[in-house]
Structures are given as C-alpha cells and as structure tokens.
Design a protein around this ligand. Structure first.
Ligand code: UGA
Length: 467
C-alpha cells in the first residue's frame, strides 16, 4: 500500500469474497492485497484451514501469501482508505423481478460498493470492475464516485476475469490474456498502465490487452457467449447423432481438427451449467433488446433454449428407456457439481435431471465427491422452487451417498452427470452385480468405456452415440 516503496506502490483491496473469483493473487510481495467483505462467516472461513470453496491448488496459494501480503478483513472502511487500487468483485445476479426480470443483471452491489468508496476515501484511487457487468456499468460507477464531497479523483477501469472454476489457479498463473479497459483520457491511460504494471509481475506484456471501457465490458459477455454457443452447437448435433446413428465423438474429432474451428469446448454433455454462461447470455440478450436489436437477441437466446432442450431430452430419454416409468425405482446419480473439480452447484445441469426424475417419483441416490447436501437443496430451492420444507416427501426421496458403490447398490440405473475422473476408475463388474436387472447406464458426459460396460451386461445410453 501507499507506504511501500517503488517499484510497485499499490495496495489492492478486493471487495466481496462471495464472488468466486480468485483475483487477489499476486506474486509480488511489493503488493499488499486485502479482501474485504460484509460477511463475517466468509472472512473467517478464508482465514481458516477450511476455505469456503473447493478449488485445486487454492490452499497452497493462500498458504504462501496469507499474513504476508494477503489478508482477509471485515474492516472495509480502513482498507478502502489505505488502498490505491480497489477491485469491485461482488456478484451481479440476474434480476428476478421488475424491469428486465429473468434477463438483466442486477448491478445493485456494484453501485453500493461505489457509494462506499466515495464515502470513505481520503485520497485519489483507481477503481476496477472485476465483476461481470452489463456494458456501460462503469459509467454508473463513475457518476457515483464523481459525486464525492472531498473533490477526490477516481479512475474507473474494467478488468474482466476469464478464469474457469476447477482450473482457476492455472488460469490465473498463465492466463491466455488479461484485458484492461479504461477511459482514453491521459488520466485514464495512466490508470490502465498502473494496472498493467501489476499484472506484468507474472504475465508477459504482449498478453495484456488494453481497450476502451465499453469494449472490455462487452468482451467478457461475448467470450462466455461464444463458449456456451459451442457447447449448445455440439449438443444440437448430439441429438441428430442419436437419431441417425452417427457418433458425436467422431464428429467432434473430425470437425475440431480444422484449426479454424479448434478442438476445445466441443464435448457434448447434458448441457452447460455454472453461474456464468446462462447469466451472461441473458445479459447479452437483454442488451441487444435494449438497443432494439431483436434478431441479435433471438440469435443468442437460442443458445439457452438449446441448453434447456438438452437437459430435458436427457431426463426424458432416461424415463423412456426404463419402460416409461421410474416411479419407486432407485436411480444413482454420479456427480452433482456443474463440472468436475469444483463443489459449485449453481445452475448445475444435474439438478434439472434430478428434478425431472423426482417429479416422476424416482428414489434418487446422489454421490458427488465435493457437493454438500445443504448446497444441493439451497440451489434446488433457489432455481427450481423445490425444497423439502414445502414439498412433502422430497427429503426422503433424495439420499446423499458416501460413495458411488453405495449409490449404485440395488439401483435400476446409474447416470453420470459430472465428469469426475474417479468415475472412470470404478469397479463396474462389482457395481453390475449389485444393481437390479436390466442394469442401465446413462453417460451424460461420455467419459465411460461403453464397450466394456456392454460386455459386463449393462444397457448403455450415452450422449450422441448409437445405443
Ligand atoms: C466460464 C468460462 O469458461 C470462463 O472463461 C469465465 O471466466 C467464467 O465462465 C466466468 O465467467 O466466471 P466456468 O463457468 O467456471 O467458466 O466453467 P466452464 O469450463 O466454462 O464450463 C461451463 C459449463 O459448460 C460446465 O457445465 C461444463 O461442463 C460445460 N461444458 C464445457 C460442456 O458441456 N462441454 C464443453 O466442451 C465445455
């Protein structure tokens, strides 16, 4: 912070540890980073041995820096006063009511942070939007900051985060690029250069891009929309494969070897989940509508509709294959997180499959190495309006199993809904013997050896593959 000497005289305060962004990392001990939050529970957890989120490699990064140049604190006012750069990293959920309900992002928390910064600051500061926001949010943040009564000068930058859960630490250490958007005035360019010099501690300069504010804000939404669109595109083809006898993995290989298309993000699945893709596309759709671009809005909305179709298609196929009834049948759900190597269940596609099976009165046994039962219910309640206190029989219809073998014991079917590596290593001979017959496997991630399973005796159905 300001008391530190050259070369880098910045302190960074990151506001809002709820946002699962691990943006506080700094390899340089010349930079003091303090993460502040209103929630004592969150801050205590970050200061403890039991971090509030699961992320491979996170423990080591925190251990290296905690108490040296990384701090977690509830003392928001003092930390804001001390900082030279302030990252706003609060969540921006989709609005559930009012104007733009179901599509627009609510930037209330960003505005509250800006008001707090304006109120307590005693020196000029750089304020960085780290949260994913609609285009022109920086304008609102700037207007609020400008109204401070002490005549302080603030520069607002946009620095969207591109790291993905499960690989966050690797993405952070070696990002494809860092994007910094700023006002194109001399003061704005100087502020952007200060932030560039922070990242330049570990990222090659040519990978640090600087743009105007609006391009930076919009690039984040576009990047996520393009990634999600690839998943929806291949998922639409998976349905066609199942209808025609083509194999989606062979198609992915053939198509992905074209350098112009590329191999990544073409794994067909039960649909994409997570807190970002759907929210950001809805945000993009709302922006297009706001600017009167109906055709553009419809185009991007289709990515979401295809995703909904894919989730529904999977649960309907499960029921159809099991003689059109799953009532009272035990079904093992292997994997509940929205992807492997995380315990995050926000918008997880597994939840929608489980919901559909519950409505068909199946007995669900879930095993996921990282997901907690209370998180499962909280998300089910928030997104599907289903919770044990309002829906009789729900609590007993879902069992959380200690391992995959317990979940599969006596089950009519097992469904792989998250691509955890450990599922590939299971003893399927043993599982087959313990299951009701015919024993069904529904591979929603195409990670199992289907030929080997068929040899054991399973009836296997997978995404985009001939049955
Ligand atoms: C995504 C982006 O990849 C990050 O770049 C971005 O920073 C982040 O959102 C964010 O905005 O914070 P994340 O949601 O953590 O990251 O996870 P992804 O790896 O993108 O996966 C999203 C979903 O798509 C998962 O459910 C995953 O299983 C699914 N997916 C992904 C597929 O079904 N097929 C694929 O080929 C790839």
């Amino acid at each position: 912070y300001s008391a530190l000497a050259i070369p880098i005289v910045v302190g960074i305060v990151v506001v809002g540890s709820f946002e699962r962004r691990i943006a506080f990392y700094s390899k340089s001990f010349d930079i003091r980073v303090c993460v502040v939050d209103l929630s004592k529970k969150q801050i205590d957890a970050w200061n403890s041995r039991d971090l509030p989120i699961y992320e491979p490699g996170l423990r080591e990064v925190v251990d290296q820096s905690l108490g040296k140049n990384l701090f977690f604190s509830l003392d928001i006012d003092s930390e804001i006063k001390m900082a030279d750069i302030i990252f706003i990293s609060v969540n921006t959920p989709t609005k559930t009511q009012g104007i733009g309900a179901g599509r627009a992002a609510n930037i209330k928390n960003c505005e509250l942070c800006a008001r707090k910064i304006a109120e307590v600051s005693e020196s000029d500061k750089i304020v960085v939007e780290k949260s994913t926001v609609p285009v022109r949010t920086a304008q609102a943040v700037n207007r609020v900051l400008e109204c401070n009564e002490k005549g302080l000068k603030f520069q607002v930058l946009s620095n969207p985060e591109f790291l993905a859960e499960g690989t966050a630490i690797a993405d952070l250490m070696k990002p494809d690029r860092v994007l910094i958007g700023g006002n194109q005035s001399p003061e704005g360019l100087k502020a952007a250069e200060t932030l560039v010099s922070v990242y330049a501690n570990w990222v090659p300069r040519e990978q640090i891009l600087t743009t105007n504010l609006w391009s930076s804000e919009l690039s984040k939404l576009v990047a996520n929309a393009f990634l999600a669109q690839r998943v929806s595109s291949i998922n639409s083809i998976s349905a066609l494969c199942e209808a025609t006898g083509a194999n989606v993995s062979e198609i992915t290989r053939a198509v992905g070897m074209d350098d112009r298309i590329g191999k990544r993000f073409l794994n067909s699945s039960i649909g994409f989940g997570g807190s970002c893709f759907q929210k950001d596309i809805l945000n993009l759709v709302y922006l297009c509508e706001t600017y009167g671009l109906k055709e553009c809005a419809d185009y991007w909305n289709q990515v979401i509709l295809m995703n909904d179709y894919q989730k529904k298609r999977f649960s309907e196929k499960m029921v159809a294959c099991m003689f059109n009834t799953v009532t009272g049948k035990k079904i093992a759900i292997l994997g509940y997180a929205f992807k492997k190597d995380t315990g995050d269940v926000r918008e997880t596609p597994s939840m929608f499959v489980v919901r559909d099976l519950l409505l068909e009165q199946a007995q669900i046994h879930v095993y996921d190495p990282q997901v907690k039962r209370e998180d499962m219910w909280a998300e089910m309640d928030y997104t599907c309006d289903l919770n044990p206190s309002t829906y009789t029989g729900l609590e007993s219809a879902v069992t959380t199993s200690p391992d995959a073998y317990a979940a599969c014991d006596g089950a009519h079917a097992l469904a792989v809904l998250t691509e955890w590596d450990e599922f590939k290593e299971l003893d399927f001979e043993h599982i087959y013997k313990s299951m009701a017959k015919p024993a069904f496997v529904f591979d929603g991630r195409n990670i199992l050896d289907h030929d080997a399973l068929r040899k054991i005796g399973f009836e296997v159905h997978a995404i985009g593959k001939p049955d």
